[in-house]
Design a protein around this ligand. Structure first.
Ligand SMILES: Cc1cc2nc3c(=O)[nH]c(=O)nc-3n(C[C@H](O)[C@H](O)[C@H](O)COP(=O)(O)O)c2cc1C
Length: 157
């Protein structure tokens, strides 16, 4: 049984963390891509995201593997958008069968912290086992590797 590292990124920070986790676990990466990409400029992207998060809208995402039986641990990474996960990840959570999986959350934010991120994962998977989350400011800078390593030691079990 292996690790799947599921993530969405808009500006690259979550991808950097996901790759660091991959390097240390040997897991497989799964980048969630919305069918309609978000605007490249911050302002329009922030506006669109705000509306989607307020209304609970879940965008179409590109095809994801249906059979996750090869994986027992799902690392789950998001940029914090308006205090929670980005909508493409909410779509992944509600459209995947993650029963029996251990979910290991990680996120990156711009100074506001993780907000409701882990609580919202817990709410959508009340039956799941959810490990302690990794919360990174920006791209973690030079201490990223050390932070990921310490966290993996605590949560991988
Ligand atoms: C639409 C949008 C909403 C955001 N909302 C928040 C927020 O609520 N709190 C926060 O600390 N940072 C917020 N940020 C900043 C991002 O969480 C931060 O830049 C993160 O590192 C980006 O990760 P990424 O490069 O993987 O996309 C927001 C960024 C965007 C684009």
């Amino acid at each position: 049984m292996g690790d799947l590292i599921v993530f969405y990124t808009w500006s690259g920070n979550t991808k950097k963390i996901a790759r660091t986790i991959q390097g240390m676990t040997g897991g497989e990466l799964l980048e969630i891509l919305p069918v309609n990409p978000y605007p490249k400029r911050y302002g329009p992207c922030a506006e669109q995201a705000k509306g989607e998060i307020r209304s609970g809208f879940q965008p179409e995402i590109q095809e994801i593997p249906r059979d996750l039986s090869d994986y027992d641990r799902i690392f789950f990474g998001s940029p914090i958008w308006w205090g929670t996960m980005a909508p493409p990840l909410a779509a992944f959570l509600s459209r995947s069968d993650l029963s029996g999986k251990r979910i290991i959350p990680f996120c990156t934010h711009g100074g506001g912290g993780q907000g409701r991120f882990t609580d919202d994962i817990r709410e959508s998977r009340p039956d799941g086992e959810i490990a302690g989350e990794l919360v990174i400011f920006g791209n973690g800078g030079r201490s990223l590797e050390a932070m990921v390593r310490d966290w993996l030691d605590r949560v991988k079990g």
